[in-house]
Design a protein around this ligand. Structure first.
Ligand SMILES: *[C@@H]1O[C@H](CO)[C@@H](O)[C@H](O)[C@H]1NC(C)=O
Length: 209
């Protein structure tokens, strides 16, 4: 039984061409995006680089970053799909049941992403807290009562859904990479935004005392 599973995994792995240029580009852009927005957002927080670039208007700075992040995301998704097109499909993953599972993952993933955008609002979604644009209250309703990072897990599910839909082992490998990259991003982002809000609470307490 264990042998069978290992053999199946091996067969799936052998279908992945890690040397394809398009595959490497997809890997690079998956790693680049969260790295980029974390560096820029921290530069904004510490040195107000974007706010200064927009004449002291932090909202415009945030809109600009939002537009950049959104565009990078579209570009990454395009690279991902292009990479998948050049990879082999597997017989194992080309069954109807896998296709339905893929559609379900894609649907659930998009519900998580869109509902968290809805709950957070525009600036809340796009790192507004680094610009000093804070939410009044921590958002605790759906989808944040299902998962603590609905945007990241939703996005990961959408990648998985696409991989399953097209029956591509390479897509599953790239999805695992997305998962790891987001996990690392969260270990940077969660404590940092936590500290931003803790600071605000302290200032609020000071004002009311
Ligand atoms: C999350 O909140 C929504 C409404 O905001 C509710 O309908 C749903 O049952 C909650 N889910 C969990 C797992 O608590």
């Amino acid at each position: 039984m264990a042998d069978q599973i290992i053999n199946t995994l091996k067969q799936q792995l052998q279908l992945i061409d890690f040397n394809k240029h398009s595959f490497k580009l997809a890997v690079a852009s998956i790693a680049f995006n969260p790295t980029f927005w974390n560096i820029v957002a921290r530069q904004e927080y510490h040195n107000r680089v974007l706010t200064k670039a927009f004449g002291g208007n932090s909202r415009y700075g945030c809109y600009f970053l939002a537009f950049t992040i959104f565009s990078l995301g579209i570009f990454r998704d395009w690279l991902y799909e292009r990479a998948l097109r050049e990879q082999a499909s597997s017989v194992l993953l080309s069954q109807d049941i896998v296709k339905y599972a893929g559609a379900a993952c894609f649907g659930i993933g998009n519900i998580l992403v869109l509902s968290s955008m809805w709950a957070l609002g525009f600036t809340g979604t796009y790192l507004g807290d680094y610009f000093g644009i804070l939410m009044e209250e921590k958002v605790t309703g759906f989808p944040f009562n299902v998962t603590d990072a609905p945007m990241y897990y939703g996005s990961t599910l959408s990648f998985l859904g696409t991989a399953l839909w097209f029956g591509k082992p390479a897509g599953i490998a790239l999805t695992l990479f997305v998962f790891v990259v987001y996990k690392i991003a969260l270990t940077y982002e969660d404590p940092f935004t936590g500290a931003i809000y803790a600071k605000r609470e302290k200032e609020r307490a000071k004002k009311s005392s």
